[in-house]
Design a protein around this ligand. Structure first.
Ligand code: HEC
Ligand code: HEC
Length: 512
C-alpha cells in the first residue's frame, strides 16, 4: 500500500468534505501551527469575516495573554470544533444499536466465571489474572505470565519449583473494551477467531469442526480457547486431565471436563438455571452457556463510549480541550492515523504491517533461514500467504491511554513511544530501547526476550514488510495528537473495581 498517496488523498477528501467556509477555519488554524500542508482555500464573504476575527486573535503578542486572548482562543476552539463536527468526516458516536444486547443475569454469572480459577486445569489462574479490572482489563505487562505463577500485574512472579511457568505467553494481553460491539467480529492480534456464517458453529476458530454449537457471539467463541492453552490456563500434560485433553487436541473432552466441574457446584447450577431458559438440570449446562455468560460480562463491563471524544461527536463541542481538537484534526487529517484507525472505535478492523518490534519467546514461527521459533508472523501464519507476514490487527484506540504496554508483543512501555514509532517506524525500530519492556525477570525466560531485536537480519525482515511511511509533526502537533488520544478515555473505565466479585462459588481466591 502506498501510504503517502493515501495521506495526500485523505487530506484532499478532508478539505472537500469540509467545504470552503470550514476550510478557511482550518487553514487559518494552520497559521497558528497545527495543520500544515493544506491548500489555501479562496475566502468567501462569510469566511472572510471569520478569518478576520481569527487573524486578530493570532497577532503575535509580546506581553502575557490577556483575558481577551483567552476568550478569543475559546471562540476559535469552538468554531474549529463546530466545523469539524459538521464536516461529516468524523465517525459517528456509538449508540446502543452498535452493541449486542446483554442479558444482565448472564453478565452477573459471567462476572463470577471470569474471576473463578475453576476454569483452569490446576485451578490456579482465571481470565481475570490476565484481564484484570485493576489494570484496565489487561495485565500491565508486556507479555503475560500464565499458569503456575503468582501475583497480579507487574508484580506477578514466574512461579517456583515444578509449578514454575515454562515460557511467557508470546503476545500482549489485549483489553476487552467495546468487544461487545457488532463490528468486532474478529478477535485476537492475528484474527484467528472470527465470525463465519459458512462454518457449522458460525465461527472460524482453531477448533475447526470441533467447535461447540450454541455460542452467541464471537466473544463467546473466544472464551472457549484460553482454557485450552497450556501456558495460559490448562497447565502441563500429566498435571491434570484438562491439560492432557489439551495436549491430545481433544477440545470437546476438555470443555466437558470443565463444564462438569462447574455444573456440579450447586451455587453455579442455580445461577445458570436463572440466567438461561434452557437449563433446568445440571446436565443441561454446556460450555457454550459458560462462554455466553462470560461474553455477556465482558461486553457489559467493556462498553466504553462516553469519552470526551464521544461527547464531542454527539455535539458537545466544548467536551474536548482546544489542543485535543487540534490533535483530532491531525489524526483525521495530515497525520494519516485514520487511514487505519477509522470508524467509531478507531479501527478499520483490518490487518497491517507497521514494523513493530518483536519481543518475547515468539509464536513458534520462523523468518527464512531460522528455526528457533522466535518470530511472530502475525496474519501471515494464519493465511499462509507471505504477503501477510508481520501484519497485525489494527487495534481500537478507545481507552488507549489506560491499556499499556502497547503493541502485539507489548514492546512499547509508553503511549508516547508507540505513537512516535508510527511517525518513523524504521528509526524507531533501529533505536528500540529494551528497557521499556515490562517483563518480570528470570534468567532462562529473559534470554529469549530480545533474540529477534538483537539480530539485524530479523529486524530488517520485519521492516521490509512495513507499510507506514515517515510523518513529520512539530512538537506542538505531537502534543496535540497525544491530547486527542487521552480524550479517548472513558472516565467510567478508569476504576473498574466494582466489576470484581467479593468471592466466587468455587471458594477459590479472587484477589491474587
Ligand atoms: C495467561 C494470560 C491470559 C489468560 C489467563 C486469559 N487471556 Fe485472554 N488473552 C491473552 C492474550 C495474550 C491474548 C491475545 C492472544 C493473541 O492475540 O494471540 C488474549 C486475547 C483475549 C481476547 C481477545 C480480545 C481482542 O480484542 O481480540 C479476549 C476477549 C480474551 N482474551 C478473553 C479471555 C477470557 C474470557 C479468558 C478466560 C476464559 C482469558 N482471556 C484468559 C491472555 C490471557
Ligand atoms: C497503516 C495502518 C496504520 C496507520 C496509518 C496508523 N496505525 Fe496505529 N496501529 C496500526 C497497527 C496494525 C497497530 C498494531 C500493530 C502491532 O501490534 O503489531 C497499531 C497500533 C497503534 C497503537 C497501539 C495500540 C495498542 O493497544 O497497543 C497506537 C497508540 C496507535 N496505533 C496510534 C496511531 C496513531 C496516533 C496514528 C497516526 C499517527 C496511527 N496509529 C497510524 C496501524 C496503523
Amino acid at each position: 500500500m502506498n501510504t503517502k498517496k493515501n495521506r495526500a488523498r485523505s487530506g484532499l477528501t478532508l478539505l472537500s468534505a469540509l467545504g470552503v467556509g470550514c476550510a478557511m477555519i482550518i487553514s487559518s488554524a494552520a497559521t497558528a501551527g497545527p495543520v500544515k500542508g493544506q491548500p489555501t482555500a479562496k475566502p468567501t464573504a462569510k469566511s472572510a469575516t471569520k478569518s478576520a476575527v481569527k487573524n486578530t486573535a493570532q497577532k503575535p503578542s509580546a506581553s502575557s495573554p490577556t483575558p481577551g486572548d483567552a476568550l478569543r482562543q475559546m471562540v476559535r476552539a469552538l468554531e474549529m470544533g463546530e466545523a469539524v463536527a459538521n464536516a461529516g468526516w468524523l465517525p459517528d458516536a456509538p449508540t446502543d444499536a452498535d452493541y449486542r444486547p446483554v442479558d444482565p443475569e448472564q453478565a452477573e454469572l459471567g462476572k463470577l466465571l471470569f474471576h473463578d480459577k475453576i476454569l483452569s486445569g490446576n485451578m490456579n489462574i482465571s481470565c481475570a489474572t490476565c484481564h484484570n479490572m485493576t489494570t484496565d482489563t489487561s495485565d500491565g505487562l508486556s507479555l503475560p505470565i500464565g499458569e503456575g505463577a503468582m501475583g497480579l500485574g507487574p508484580v506477578r512472579d514466574t512461579g517456583y519449583g515444578d509449578d514454575a511457568v515454562h515460557e511467557r505467553v508470546p503476545r500482549n494481553a489485549p483489553h476487552v473494551f467495546n468487544i461487545g460491539a457488532f463490528e468486532f467480529d474478529t478477535m485476537m492480534h492475528d484474527g484467528r477467531i472470527a465470525a463465519d456464517p459458512h462454518h457449522p458453529a458460525g465461527f472460524d476458530t482453531p477448533a475447526g469442526d470441533d467447535l461447540i454449537q450454541g455460542l452467541d457471539s464471537v466473544v463467546a467463541a473466544q472464551a472457549c480457547f484460553p482454557v485450552t492453552s497450556a501456558t495460559e490456563m490448562a497447565g502441563q500434560p500429566g498435571e491434570n486431565s484438562v491439560a492432557d485433553a489439551a495436549q491430545a487436541g481433544d477440545f470437546q473432552l476438555l470443555w466437558s471436563i470443565l463444564t462438569k466441574r462447574v455444573a456440579s457446584n450447586d451455587e453455579y447450577f442455580e445461577l445458570f438455571a436463572e440466567a438461561f431458559d434452557d437449563v433446568d438440570h445440571p446436565m443441561d449446562i454446556t460450555y457454550a452457556h459458560i462462554a455466553n455468560a462470560i461474553a455477556a460480562y465482558e461486553s457489559a463491563i467493556g462498553r466504553a463510549d462516553n469519552s470526551p471524544f464521544d461527547r464531542f461527536m454527539r455535539g458537545d463541542t466544548g467536551a474536548m480541550s482546544m489542543n485535543a481538537v487540534q490533535g483530532m484534526m491531525l489524526f483525521y487529517g495530515q497525520a494519516g492515523c485514520a487511514d487505519c484507525h477509522s470508524g467509531s472505535f478507531q479501527t478499520n478492523q483490518e490487518f497491517h504491517a507497521i514494523g513493530m518490534p518483536q519481543i518475547g519467546p515468539g509464536k513458534g514461527h520462523n523468518q527464512p533461514g531460522y528455526s528457533d521459533g522466535r518470530d511472530d508472523l502475525g496474519l501471515g501464519a494464519e493465511t499462509g500467504n507471505p504477503a501477510d507476514n508481520f501484519k497485525f490487527r489494527v487495534p481500537s484506540l478507545r481507552n488507549v491511554a489506560l491499556t499499556g504496554p502497547w503493541g502485539h508483543s507489548g514492546a512499547f512501555g509508553t503511549l508516547e513511544a508507540v505513537v512516535r514509532h508510527h511517525l518513523n517506524p524504521i528509526e524507531s525500530m533501529l533505536n528500540y530501547d529494551p528497557e521499556q519492556a515490562v517483563l518480570p525477570y528470570r534468567d532462562d525466560l529473559s534470554e529469549q526476550d530480545f533474540v529477534v531485536m538483537s539480530d539485524p537480519n530479523r529486524v530488517m525482515g520485519i521492516l521490509a514488510a512495513n507499510e507506514l511511511g515517515a510523518t513529520y509533526l512539530t512538537d506542538d502537533e505531537f502534543d496535540a495528537l497525544m491530547d486527542f488520544l487521552h480524550a479517548l478515555t472513558d472516565p467510567n473505565s478508569i476504576d473498574l473495581r466494582h466489576a470484581i466479585p467479593a468471592s466466587v462459588p468455587s471458594g477459590l481466591p479472587v484477589f491474587d
